[in-house]
Design a protein around this ligand. Structure first.
Ligand SMILES: Cc1cc2nc3c(=O)[nH]c(=O)nc-3n(C[C@H](O)[C@H](O)[C@H](O)COP(=O)(O)OP(=O)(O)OC[C@H]3O[C@@H](n4cnc5c(N)ncnc54)[C@H](O)[C@@H]3O)c2cc1C
Length: 416
């Protein structure tokens, strides 16, 4: 079933145009072809002719996306992107995410897209030439290597991987895991604690991001960590005296934490808008099944349990959506939206999880089958409650911010 996207009177013409154009491509080119497009992801035998047809179809759609001026919304035009503003991009994501995987046909593939943004913002001209350009042209792949197995990822100050300055080289030692896209990556952006005895004392021991080509001696890809019972490309890496030139340092020494926050802040709004797009898809699937499946002498839609699922899911989506748009508007206005970002990071994945869970229930066995996108959405929703900061950490931040306002004597501003 195609998604129903109409103009919204309170949005600018430009945002509406992006939403409608994106929906047109998703409805016409992607939804009817989902099985053929992603056949390469299926386990088991897929005929080479089907794989080739999938490749050709993906490339055709990418050309159409470029012609429509919607390619790589996160990138400036000089790197082939369409350079959307923050709100434009957020609204586009809601529509694009209706079909899981559609973003990749619009030039947005994590973690490459996050790395592209970081390179565009912090990279030197030489780094841009060597890493960013091939990454945007699809000639290179990349990963972001921050989380470690031995210390909590939810407390980035605990990172143990070190980079010691030795002449004109950084020497990296450490242990990372869950480096996504690790098997295919040509280079990793690695978060290290830098030690430079000759550098400024106040920067010593602080976080710095360093670019490491994956063929550098001493870098060992241990395994793709099994995730949800399947092999994955979320990889474990050992860094044993990995030497790279100091020119591979990204941004100032000690700026790694700020750069990671840059990546995550706006990223959380985009992720939440993605989740909302997927909630709409799960909702439409649930409604479609409720209207057509006959059980015990009547359509599912006539049963009160199922009506409850539909109503609760509608409430979940609308509340998640309005919270996220409110947060995005605060950010667009340049206001401090840290509390709102944490609030959506807790609420939206949980709401997404609930909506998909109900959709699966309504579909019965088909709901957990590979014939529908629901099982993949379910796993994605659950995973989101851990990645980019687990629920508990964000709840702590919300409470701290609220209490800070209270102790400052002002109380929480209802309008914000
Ligand atoms: C599919 C997937 C892909 C990922 N991709 C990447 C990637 O590309 N690059 C990368 O660097 N990382 C990646 N990660 C890692 C992710 O960022 C971390 O898993 C996340 O930051 C949490 O860290 P942790 O797993 O070490 O959990 P921990 O920090 O050990 O936390 C475990 C649990 O402890 C609880 N907890 C933590 N702090 C508190 C507290 N203060 N109070 C109460 N309870 C608390 C929470 O319930 C939390 O879930 C990925 C993870 C997944 C699942």
């Amino acid at each position: 079933m195609p998604m129903n996207v109409q103009s919204i009177s309170t949005l600018s013409d430009r945002v509406n145009q992006i939403r409608l154009l994106t929906a047109e491509i998703v409805n016409r080119e992607i939804l009817p072809n989902e099985n053929r497009l992603w056949s390469f992801r299926r386990d088991g035998d897929v005929a080479e002719s089907d794989r080739a047809a999938g490749r050709e179809l993906r490339s055709d759609i990418q050309t159409k996306v470029k012609q429509a001026g919607l390619w790589a919304p996160h990138l400036p035009e000089e790197y082939g992107g369409c350079n959307l503003g923050f709100l434009e991009h957020a609204y586009m994501n809601e529509v694009l995410a209706y079909s899981m995987g559609a973003a990749s046909l619009f030039g947005v593939v994590a973690p490459n897209s996050g790395n592209q943004k970081i390179l565009a913002k912090y990279g030197t001209p030489e780094q841009k030439e060597r890493w960013l350009v091939p990454l945007t042209e699809g000639k290179m792949e990349s990963g972001f290597s921050m989380t470690e197995p031995d210390v909590p990822g939810s407390d980035p100050r605990s990172i143990q991987t070190t980079a010691r300055r030795d002449g004109d080289q950084w020497v990296i030692n450490g242990h990372k895991w869950f480096t996504s896209n690790g098997k295919r990556a040509d280079f990793l952006i690695v978060m290290c604690r830098t030690e430079d005895p000759d550098g400024p004392a106040e920067r010593n021991g602080k976080m710095t991001q360093i670019i490491v080509p994956t063929d550098t001696p001493g870098l060992d890809l241990v395994r793709g960590v099994e995730v949800w019972g399947r092999d994955s490309d979320h990889c474990e890496y050992l860094y044993d005296d990995v030497r790279v030139p100091v020119e591979n340092q990204l941004g100032q020494t000690g700026s790694g934490h700020a750069a990671a926050q840059d990546r995550l802040g706006a990223g959380r709004v985009y992720h939440c808008m993605n989740s909302i797009g997927q909630m709409w898809r799960a909702f439409d699937l649930m409604v479609e099944r409720a209207a057509t499946r006959e059980v015990h002498g009547g359509a599912l839609e006539t049963k009160q349990f199922i009506q409850g699922f539909i109503a609760e899911s509608y409430i979940d989506i609308q509340s998640a959506r309005l919270m996220t748009i409110h947060c995005a508007e605060q950010m667009e206005a340049g206001l401090d939206a840290r509390t709102e970002i944490s609030a959506i990071k807790v609420y939206v994945p949980q709401a997404y999880h609930r909506v998909v869970d109900r959709a699966i229930q309504v579909w019965g066995a088909a709901g957990v089958s590979g014939d529908l996108p629901l099982s993949a959405m379910y796993q994605g929703a659950r995973t989101l409650r851990i990645a980019d900061g687990p629920d508990e950490v964000h709840k702590i931040l919300i409470a701290k911010n609220v209490m800070k306002e209270h102790h400052a004597g002002s109380g929480w501003d209802f309008g914000n």
